[in-house]
Structure formats: C-alpha cells, structure tokens
Design a protein around this ligand. Structure first.
Ligand SMILES: [Zn+2]
Length: 398
C-alpha cells in the first residue's frame, strides 16, 4: 500500500521528463532537455518556499536552501540526467501492486533480487525505456524532504543545502558545480540503490594509454626487420595478471580493464582503466604499467612502447575520516526506518568522490530504493523509496 502518494506522484512527474545525457555533444549541459527538469525543480522549490533558490541557466544546476537551527548546514545532492545507454523518452512507469513473485517484464530466475520485494509495490517500465529511478528517485526524495521541512516548521533540523546536477552519467556532474554557492562541506549524494546500503569508499582511478610503434615492411622480406605493433600490443596485454580484470573481481579487489584496443603493423594503442580501493595497491598497479613498458622497450628498442598514466579520482574514504558522523547518522537513520545498514565499497566513482576531491566536500552516498540502473529492467520499490525518503528526514533532524 502506498503511504506517501505525493512522493510517488513526484517521481512519476520527473521520470516522464526526458533528461538523457549524451557523451557525444561535448557541451555543458550535454543535452538541452535536462533544463526541462531543472526548470520544474526550480519552480517547485520556489513555490514551496525554499530560500536562495538559484537556477544556473547556463550550465543547468539548481541550488536551494532550507533554513534550520544554528548547527552547521548539511547538503543533499542528486543528479537530473539519465544514462545515455537506454532512451529516457516517453517513460511510461507502471505500478505492480502487492508483487506476488510472479514473472512480469522481469523474470525471477534472471533477477532473483525481486523475491525480496514480495508484498511490496514495484514501479517498472513498459520495457521500451529505462525508468530513471537513477537518479530521479533521489531527486524526488530530496524534494520530499524539502517539502516536509517547510511544512513542519515545528521540527528542528540542521540548515539543509540542496543541489541538483546535470550530466552525472557521463562523468561531468561536478564540472560546473558551484561549491561556494552550495555552502557546506558536509553532504550526501542520494544516488544509491538498495535500501540500507551506505557507500563512502570508492575506487582510486587512473587511465593508462599505451602507444606502440612498429616497423612496417613487406611481409615477404620481413625477417628480422618487421616490428608488428599489433602483436607487440598483445604481448603487453598478456603481461598483465589475467585474473585482475573486472569480470573476475568483486568487493575490494582491484583490476586492469582493457577498455579498447586498435592497431595495425605500424601503430597500436591500448586503453586501460586501473582501479583499486587501496592506495598502495593502486600505486603498485600504475608502477606495474611502467615496469612492463620499460621491460618491453628493453626487449624491442627504446621508444617502441610509451605509457601515459593519468589519475582520474581517488577514494574518498581518506577524506571521510574526519566526517564519520555522516556515515554514523546515515546508519542510525536506516535503523530507524527498520533496515540493517550495510557499508559497501563502491566499484566506481560518484559525484560525491569528485566533490570530495575537488572541493573538499565529504559526501557519502545514500540509497534511493531503485534497482537495475541504466536499462529497460530498471525498477524501484515504492516501500523502499518511502523509507529512503523517511531516512533523509531522520538524518536532517539528527
Ligand atoms: Zn545515478
């Protein structure tokens, strides 16, 4: 049974607005249609009486504040865009009431997690689009928090600072984030999934581009002369540990991921991403790339291989050490809504990690109640959304 109909109505309203971002355009925001949701949120925040409501009409960010008691302000952030992977146009969300474990668009043998939702109400797609719970569930839950606090003035709470960002799905969500306007160093992103999971550890991340220069001669007279850049590239790849790849790792295990390769006899290129939660192991992985490069240059001649290794972002766990009350409060809030909190390492990055790194904002990630992101099988549990929203209120008032 739906308890917080306004929250669900809000969510439906937002997912029907197409805000798909794009990796192709190179603009900021990457797609103009993200403004369609930004405008709605801006108007709704003004209407409910939030303070300092600001719409960055150039780069598509929305900021607002809800004045509170004299404690330090607390931030909540969600992103407005949806994944470029699957269309977000004409989303037709539907509710499967009192889910009984039967197959619908989703089958339980493929998605056994569904069986945890028996008796709940599920929001699914019609199978032609994604749902957009990532992250409009988060947006709706933050808007619900704002509305609640503004209509319950008797409730004492920390000042709340809100930001809605574009282009998170293409890794550009914080490019034009105005940390000064946001005005707090303690925040949460509300962009997780399963209720109860709190995330504050993410990967250390680097990219590595390997360039191989070969020597092309006629294959008929190539003996002892030809250097085939493509086969040399394969040799490089084969020197990396075969099991330290995304498809064989989980939890805190790091990896090298060969994201793309191309080559002919004269030139070849390998593009990797390197990931590890542990700072020392991360450094060792980068060092390993350099060692292999040096070894192969020794073998085939200086300049045959070159490696460009660049850091992308770092684990926010280090910076979180002074702000563990954020994690503790979130865990306490989960208990208050009746779920056991779990800390799970993120096998990726978040906008929070970027904000932590670039603006010194401690920023763990909270759940929203959505599942199977970036695809047609995306769904959300209404009861988990309601509890996620309730948890935000607990956190704000702690
Ligand atoms: Zn997201």
């Amino acid at each position: 049974m739906i308890k917080n109909k306004e929250l669900i109505d809000r969510f439906f309203r937002y997912v029907k607005i197409d805000t798909q971002s794009s990796e192709e355009t190179g603009t900021s925001p990457s797609t103009a249609k993200q403004h369609d949701l930004a405008k709605v949120l801006y108007e709704e925040l003004k209407e409910m009486g939030a303070s300092d409501v600001y719409y960055d009409t150039e780069h598509c960010y929305v900021y607002a504040r809800i004045p509170g008691d004299d404690r330090s302000p607390l931030g909540f952030i969600a992103h407005m865009d949806t994944s470029p992977a699957v269309t977000g146009k004409d989303v037709k969300p539907r509710i499967i009431e009192n889910y009984n474990g039967e197959d619908f668009l989703l089958k339980t043998d493929e998605f056994p997690e569904l069986l945890n939702h028996i008796g709940e109400d599920i929001i699914a797609t019609d199978g032609t689009t994604l749902l957009g719970a990532d992250d409009k569930a988060g947006v709706a839950e933050i808007m619900n928090l704002a509305e609640y606090l503004l209509t319950h003035k008797e409730v004492s709470h920390r000042p709340i600072h809100i930001a809605f960002t574009p282009d998170e799905e293409i890794g550009c969500g914080t490019d034009y984030f105005d940390a000064e306007r946001f005005g707090t160093k303690e925040s949460y992103t509300v962009d997780g999934g399963k209720l109860g999971i709190i995330e504050y550890e993410n990967f250390n991340a680097a990219s590595a581009h390997i360039h191989v220069t070969g020597k092309s001669v006629h294959p008929g007279s190539a003996k002892n002369i030809m250097k085939n850049a493509s086969t040399l590239a394969i040799e490089f790849q084969n020197m990396l540990p075969a099991v330290e790849v995304p498809e064989h790792t989980e939890g805190y295990e790091g990896f090298y991921f060969l994201d793309s390769m191309k080559g002919d006899v004269e030139k070849a290129e390998l593009s990797y991403i390197i990931r590890d939660h542990d700072a020392e192991l991360f450094a060792a992985r980068k060092e390993n790339i350099k060692k292999i490069t040096a070894y192969l240059n020794d073998k085939y001649g200086e300049g045959t291989f070159s490696a460009e290794v660049k850091d992308q972002y770092h684990n926010m766990a280090d910076a979180m050490k002074d702000h563990m009350d954020l994690v503790e409060n979130a865990m306490e809030a989960m208990k208050k809504v009746g779920v056991t909190p779990v800390n799970e390492p993120i096998r990726g990055g978040t906008d929070g990690a970027m904000l932590c790194e670039n603006a010194g904002i401690a920023c763990p990630n909270l759940p929203t109640g959505g599942y199977n992101y970036h695809g047609r099988y995306e769904y959300a549990s209404i009861q988990e959304m309601e509890k996620s929203a309730e948890a935000l209120i607990h956190i704000a008032t702690m």
